[in-house]
Design a protein around this ligand. Structure first.
Ligand code: CO
Length: 459
């Protein structure tokens, strides 16, 4: 049996370890080797990379994608797409979602891994449909969480629903690294019995369970795993590519990975990692194991965000209380999986409940959630809580994007020649202020270059 590997070093690994601060120049020279290493796919775009390129790295994310594609001609490129949220935090109208997918495909994307934070698949339907129309690979995600309403049977039903939608494969997305080996085994067995499409597993090494979870999932018939090359593996990142290859081959599984290429890739990223540690971008703490996450069942990022939030408010003495409030908020909200943007929403509400009294200070996001703007909750939402803020006829039961007007053409007209392409318009719609600043800086950089050339001529 063969196990496929998706390399995450230039997307999730660097997003998890160094807050997505890796510039293209750090990996440009190793891409050709990566293309020849035998990976099933290279995850290289989407998630936070798009925002980070524009905001911190002074890079056009679309250009980065084109440059990667120009070098990686053999291995499919893969991205993470937040369904109707694209790469942002709110729902966008369908015209934007469709064009975003189309432009990503045109610029070189091959595999679209698409998820909705609530597993409300109405919110990924349009992105999946457009991916398929572009002739690309649509991978539907099941966000993994634990709660009384998240049973193996329920996950198997989700798998069937995704397959009916036409996805080419399914990914179990364990963003917090909390899925244990037995849970993974049962989950993959149940999915394999329910669907025909290949199943992939995505986890993080945060709790130390990762490699064991992968192994048991593979024993249950899993098709592929997400790993990161060793210098950028472990901790909040993925399990290491070389370790998994070694263990799996010893157990008689086949992989297409080439050891010599992996060695080159590891040698390339080792000094880059050292530089990030030296600069303070990579906190060695992120490389360790955190078992408290198993107790609280929270993604590591959410844990540190809450701690920072409370420390800033000089209320760190109530941190334990806030952690204990999370299960209550989750129950009231119908057990949403704790993934972006739900992790932020639930975390902030739990902090507010502890500091100001239960639902005395309800955030705008929580109110929008109660109205149904994020989609259908997995379980039942506290009705008294909803009626505190919304009348029955204000509640949204349809897909929220159905209430949104198209915005692409209108935005394009407003931007005029500030945007040089449809890709620019999409960057602007996703991150308006950041994109505007990026466009202005680009303009200035180019006019400086022109002036310099003219001065040179006059010499
Ligand atoms: Co991840």
């Amino acid at each position: 049996m063969k196990v496929q590997f998706t390399e995450t070093v230039v997307r999730d690994a660097q997003q998890s370890l160094i807050a997505t601060r890796m510039p293209f120049s750090d990996f440009e020279d190793i891409l050709e080797t990566m293309d020849n290493a035998g990976y099933h796919s290279i995850e290289c775009w989407g998630g936070a990379t798009f925002d980070s390129c524009l905001r911190f790295l002074d890079e056009d994310p679309w250009e980065r994608l084109r440059k990667i594609k120009a070098i990686c001609k053999k291995t499919p490129l893969q991205m993470l797409l937040r369904g109707q949220n694209i790469l942002g935090y709110k729902h966008y109208p369908d015209d934007v979602v469709r064009l975003f997918v189309r432009k990503s495909a045109e610029n070189g994307m091959d595999i679209f891994r698409i998820f909705d934070a609530l597993n409300d698949f109405r919110n990924i339907e349009v992105a999946v449909d457009e991916t398929l129309k572009c002739g690309k690979h649509a991978q539907g995600c099941i966000c993994y969480t634990t709660s009384p309403v998240h049973t193996v049977e329920k996950y198997a039903e989700m798998g069937k629903e995704l397959e009916k939608m036409g996805v080419n494969s399914i990914c179990i997305k364990d963003m917090a690294g909390i899925c244990g080996p037995q849970e993974a085994y049962d989950l993959v067995k149940a999915l394999k019995a329910s669907v025909k499409v290949p199943i992939y597993f995505h986890t993080h090494h945060t709790t130390g369970l990762g490699p064991m979870t992968y192994l048991k999932a593979i024993e249950a018939g899993l098709d592929g795993i997400d790993t990161a090359i060793s210098p950028m593996a472990g901790g909040t990142s993925q399990p290491a590519t070389e370790t998994m290859k070694y263990a799996l081959e010893q157990l008689g599984y086949e992989t297409d990975l080439d050891s010599a290429a992996l060695k080159k890739i590891a040698d390339h990223f080792a000094p880059i990692k050292d530089r990030f540690i030296k600069e303070g971008t990579l906190n060695p703490k992120s490389m360790g194991i955190r078992t408290d996450i198993l107790e609280y069942q929270l993604p590591g990022g959410m844990f540190s965000n809450m701690l920072k939030q409370m420390t800033d408010m000089k209320a760190q003495d109530k941190f334990e209380e806030a952690l204990a409030e999370i299960p209550n908020v989750r129950k009231d909200l119908g057990y949403p999986p704790l993934v972006t943007p739900m992790s932020q929403l639930v975390g902030t509400q739990a902090v507010n409940n502890v500091l100001f009294g239960k639902y005395k200070n309800v955030t705008k996001d929580t109110k929008a959630y109660l109205r149904g703007e994020y989609g259908r909750a997995p379980g039942e939402v506290n009705k008294d809580l909803i009626s505190q803020f919304w009348k029955d006829d204000e509640i949204i039961t349809c897909r929220f994007a159905d209430t949104l007007e198209p915005v692409f053409e209108k935005t394009k007209a407003e931007l005029g020649d500030k945007a040089r392409s449809d890709e620019d318009v999409l960057s602007y719609i996703s991150f308006p202020q950041v994109a505007e600043k990026f466009f202005a800086a680009r303009e200035e950089k180019e006019s400086n270059t022109v002036n310099y050339t003219i001065e040179k001529k006059e010499d």
